[in-house]
Design a protein around this ligand. Sequence first.
Ligand SMILES: O=P(O)(O)OC[C@H]1O[C@H](OP(=O)(O)OP(=O)(O)O)[C@H](O)[C@@H]1O
Ligand SMILES: O=C(O)c1cc(=O)[nH]c(=O)[nH]1
Ligand SMILES: [Mg+2]
Length: 194
Amino acid sequence: MSEDEILAEFRASQALLEGHFLLSSGRHSAHYLQCARVLMDPMRASRLATATAARIPRELRQQIQKVVSPAMGGVIIGHEMGRALGVEAMFVERPTGTFELRRGFALSKGDRVLLVEDVVTTGLSSREAIVAIEAAGGEVIAAASLVDRSGGSVDLGVPFFPLVALNFPTYAPDEVPADLAATPAIKPGSRAQA
Ligand SMILES: O=P(O)(O)OC[C@H]1O[C@H](OP(=O)(O)OP(=O)(O)O)[C@H](O)[C@@H]1O
Ligand SMILES: O=C(O)c1cc(=O)[nH]c(=O)[nH]1
Ligand SMILES: [Mg+2]
């Protein structure tokens, strides 16, 4: 898929929101990519997962034994990536604040894992998920996401393959521009407020 085709999928699903958003990391932004909207159409989700999987070099792709993604945002794209790669997909979740495998999901020691996210902004959620996967015995050999919002700056400690990079500014709480601060921030994600 070309970048234009990918962006057309995002536009068609009205996933790009404008307003004042409190991101998972605690940073603020005037833009939010609501990937749940992109993934509402199962055929679109499948197309985007196939295109994301194709970003991973074949030699590395063939080593992947399991997909693990952080809930909630990672669940649907993780499942579709499992389908695209022909491996099982599971998710970590954080009912008590820290990611863990639940629901009978388990990894065997040394399982080679692809971490799959919907969006990476600061990489905080991805890094926390990697800690949980490694605590469960998995070896994270690569990460992938639909969107990289980090401006290419994120370091997850493993090779990272985003489908598309979208560079919207984000601001620390004490750096929010006055026009943005004039409207109350909404927090679309599920991470508990710090
Ligand atoms: O790279 P980061 O700075 O960590 O930001 C990206 C994370 O934020 C969102 O999740 P969120 O914690 O909002 O919860 P959700 O997955 O339930 O939407 C998104 O799904 C990523 O997991
Ligand atoms: O950083 C985030 O929390 C975030 C940004 C974004 O654009 N979309 C999203 O789902 N989460
Ligand atoms: Mg998330």
